[in-house]
Write a protein that binds this ligand. Structure first.
Ligand SMILES: Cc1cc2nc3c(=O)[nH]c(=O)nc-3n(C[C@H](O)[C@H](O)[C@H](O)COP(=O)(O)OP(=O)(O)OC[C@H]3O[C@@H](n4cnc5c(N)ncnc54)[C@H](O)[C@@H]3O)c2cc1C
Length: 379
């Protein structure tokens, strides 16, 4: 039996997120993109209406929304602005290792406080010398009595300087490669942690990205998730899930590209008629629609697999690679539909392309998604 009907609760969240995107995100998105500024007020309001940190479990007072719920919300917020949505998405990325590997005591200690205000989490795996090769971490975790001492540098960390805590992946035994890694929750008031905002991003400029420097940062051993040696496994299991909201955000960008193109094509005239009359333009819209439906169903299917406890790594990789590639292609075609105006930041479509480029890169590049998919194909 296959059901394609959203529940009443899912429809409510969809409507809430759609209204939030329309009324709260879209009016300020271009401003924050231009200024490369953090949309503090939007995040505050997202917390207020219940769209922030939605995966925090009910057991500690959260909504405990499923992956499919999150995908439905992600599409709406990504439609509004992928950069602003990345702030919320990166917080869920920081929460996911705790959903997968934290004890109930750790969940209560770290996740419950996130609900008290517009607070954020972050996830720090990437380093200056290795992003894709996540087994080759250089950030060190030294066990010292009942403490872990972390030293090293992480980079490209979304929310890094504004989060309340970051889940940090580090090695305690580099020779063991991925088997010698740990996942540790580091609260941001620990001495020895400094965060530097990175500037000059192509897109998603509202989302702040940081370099994080750990200079002998001490945390209690009780901040470690799972066991010694579990770090890499926790990181990979996290990404197998969180690639689904990355895909869903891209679906939102794709839908926006189609909506903007449709509206413009009906209004803009050339050779005495709306450009929507030209088959060349119609086919662009049709291709966007094909990609939109395909990307959404694959994303929802991956979410359903994850929610029902079935293997979902391959489906999530397909969703992430397909949706982000398709959204980038659609955004590019939207610029073509707009002609010369599409090239100008007065219209929203050039931002869609700049923003969704990142969906092809973070949480594992689309080359890495293809590595994952090929591994399953050849298994
Ligand atoms: C704005 C932004 C925000 C980010 N947010 C976060 C975050 O919150 N947390 C975090 O941990 N990271 C984050 N990242 C990092 C991101 O996940 C990495 O940039 C990404 O995984 C690629 O790593 P890299 O940049 O080191 O590229 P590299 O690993 O150096 O890859 C370079 C190129 O080689 C290809 N390549 C590498 N290995 C293989 C292989 N085995 N097979 C085929 N091709 C390969 C890659 O696909 C890519 O094309 C963010 C990045 C950006 C730009």
């Amino acid at each position: 039996m296959i059901g394609f009907e959203l529940s009443d609760e899912q429809k409510q969240f969809q409507a809430l997120a759609r209204t939030f995107a329309k009324e709260t995100i879209i009016p300020v998105a271009a401003h924050h993109d231009r200024e490369e500024s953090y949309p503090e007020e939007v995040v505050r309001q997202a917390h207020e209406v219940g769209l922030l940190n939605v995966s925090v479990p009910e057991a500690v007072g959260g909504l405990g929304l499923s992956m499919l719920d999150e995908a439905i919300i992600a599409e709406e917020l990504g439609y509004g602005c992928m950069g602003i949505y990345t702030i919320l998405m990166a917080s869920e990325l920081g929460i996911m290792p705790l959903l997968l590997a934290a004890t109930p005591e750790q969940q209560a200690r770290f996740l419950a406080p996130l609900l008290e205000g517009p607070k954020l989490a972050a996830f720090a795996l990437s380093e200056p010398n290795n992003g894709s090769d996540a087994g080759g971490l250089r950030t060190r975790a030294v066990f010292d009595g009942d403490e872990i001492v972390i030293s090293g540098t992480k980079t490209w960390i979304s929310n890094g300087g504004i989060a309340d805590f970051t889940v940090v992946f580090a090695t305690y035994e580099p020779e063991l490669k991925h088997r010698g890694t740990v996942a540790v929750v580091v609260e941001h008031d620990r001495p020895g942690l400094s965060c530097n905002k990175l500037h000059g991003k192509l897109g998603q400029r509202a989302s702040p990205t940081y370099e994080m420097v750990f200079d002998d940062v001490r945390v209690p051993i009780g901040n470690m998730l799972g066991e010694k040696g579990d770090g890499f496994k926790i990181a990979m299991r996290t990404l197998d899930k969180t690639r689904i909201p990355v895909a869903a955000g891209a679906v939102g960008v794709l839908r926006r590209a189609l909506d903007e193109s449709r509206a413009y094509a009906l209004e803009r005239e050339a050779f005495g008629q709306p450009i929507a009359r030209f088959q060349a333009i119609q086919f662009k819209l049709a291709d966007m629609k094909i990609a939109l439906e395909t990307a959404r169903w694959q994303t929802w299917h991956a979410a359903w697999l994850a929610d029902s406890g079935r293997p979902h790594a391959e489906a999530a990789a397909i969703a992430k690679a397909y949706a982000s590639d398709a959204a980038f292609a659609a955004a590019q075609e939207a610029i073509n539909v707009f002609g010369g105006y599409g090239y100008m930041n007065e219209y929203p479509v050039e931002k869609l392309m700049r923003d969704v480029k990142l969906n092809q890169i973070y949480e594992g590049t689309n080359e890495i998604q293809r590595v994952v998919i090929a591994r399953h194909v050849l298994q």
